[in-house]
Design a protein around this ligand. Structure first.
Ligand code: NAD
Ligand code: DAU
Length: 350
């Protein structure tokens, strides 16, 4: 792996992945970050890297649905590896308007697979980043394993399931060297504040209502984003080609417990809000998400056993770091919320 094309590198997980590769890992090659810069892509998250790693980091604004454009990037930079994060990622948005999910997650992935197939003598790996949501919803017990049948319930998870099947088919039919990971809910720095954890942190900080869907007892398995990325890197380096790996944090929690933890930590770190005993008073129960999956829980024995991966953070340590990051990065928050960065994108990238 000398030249990795990272798609969606200006999003939450992709930005953390690129930082991890350049700042912390044993990778010595080049990274080309290809991102369309949708509302969720923020070049500010990686603004310092071009100057710090001029020979090793390049950003290109491009849409994975534009096959000719992506082909030019792959050839100009002699890409030999693809790590595919780019996607429309928010379930609520997919329920309101699935169109972009179908285009980017399915057609975009298909384009990348075709381009990789056409360059198969050069491509050493296509790693596809996917989600545990493809497996559907669990009852009170049990875990998703790599053998759990797919049963996606939202337009988002159906589009990701579709892309997973294409990746599998390209390995099976054409022998494309692929790996695939299905991961649980990530949290950490640079996450767009539409997702549960950053939304709750920012609203709680400002004394705004904390909208909890339904009864708040839906369960997610939380994983600190750096731990996700160390697993992705381990799979890319040592994972068996054609295999899928589940990644999870063994941190199953009800949404209400997550929100209570954020409220209590903010009361401790930032001080109580005037007129409030506790930020928990801000919790507001709202209408449930249609088709809301009840419980996700990942069995990640395979990646632990085969590749020796294990998460470094517990939920307690990871959530403290995350809250502190949001407290320390008010400029980033202001920019993503104000839409200023969309103007900045126009100025810099047209
Ligand atoms: P995100 O929404 O924060 O970022 C997505 C990035 O993809 C953005 O930078 C966006 O500009 C880019 N993008 C979107 N459409 C594009 C297109 N057509 N062409 C090029 N770039 C495009 O998403 P995230 O949370 O960082 O998720 C990254 C990947 O990980 C996704 O594939 C998602 O399905 C998967 N995943 C996410 C989680 C999670 O908890 N966030 C968990 C498991 C798997
Ligand atoms: O499981 C992996 C998936 O995790 C990823 O594939 C998705 O890209 C990612 O967005 C995430 O999906 P979720 O739907 O689980 O994440 P979200 O942060 O939107 O919601 C987490 C839980 O919190 C879910 O049960 C819905 C609930 N929720 C969410 C929001 C935004 C609320 O109760 N209130 C809210 O305001």
């Amino acid at each position: 792996m000398q030249a990795i094309l990272v798609t969606g590198g200006c999003g939450f997980i992709g930005a953390n992945f690129i930082r991890f590769l350049l700042e912390e890992s044993d990778f010595t090659g080049r990274i080309v970050n290809l991102d369309k810069l949708t509302y969720a892509g923020n070049p500010l998250s990686l603004q310092d890297l071009a100057a710090r790693f001029p020979q090793r980091y390049t950003f290109v604004k491009e849409d994975i649905c534009n096959r000719e454009g992506v082909a030019r990037v792959m050839d100009a930079h002699h890409v030999d590896t693809i790590c595919h994060f780019a996607a429309e990622s928010h379930v609520d948005r997919s329920i309101v308007r699935p169109d972009d999910f179908i285009q980017t997650n399915i057609i975009g992935t298909y384009n990348l697979l075709q381009l990789a197939r056409e360059r198969q003598e050069r491509i050493t790996l296509f790693h596809h980043v996917s989600t545990d949501e493809v497996f559907g919803s669990l009852g009170d017990t049990g875990f998703f394993t790599e053998n759990t049948p797919y049963q996606p319930n939202s337009p988002y998870s159906a589009s990701k399931a579709s892309s997973d099947h294409l990746v599998r088919a390209y390995h099976h039919t054409y022998g494309l060297p692929t790996t695939l990971s299905n991961c649980s809910n990530n949290y950490g720095p640079y996450q767009f504040p539409e997702k549960l954890i950053p939304l709750m942190i920012l609203n709680a900080l400002e004394g705004k209502p904390l909208p909890v869907y339904g009864d708040g007892r839906n369960v997610r398995d939380w994983l600190y984003v750096r731990d996700h990325n160390t697993a992705v890197w381990a799979i890319m380096q040592r994972g068996r080609r054609g295999e899928t790996y589940n990644i999870g944090g063994r941190n199953e929690m009800q949404n209400l417990v997550v929100v209570h933890t954020i409220c209590d930590l903010l009361d401790e770190i930032a001080g109580r809000l005037p007129g409030h005993q506790s930020r928990r008073e801000l919790i507001t129960y709202v209408k449930d998400r249609p088709g809301h999956d009840r419980r996700y829980a990942i069995d990640c024995t395979k990646v632990e056993r085969e590749l020796g991966w294990k998460p470094a953070e517990s939920f307690e340590t990871g959530i403290r770091k995350t809250i502190q990051w949001y407290l320390d990065h008010k400029d980033w928050i202001t920019s993503v919320r104000s839409g200023d960065y969309q103007q900045w994108i126009k100025q810099h990238y047209g």
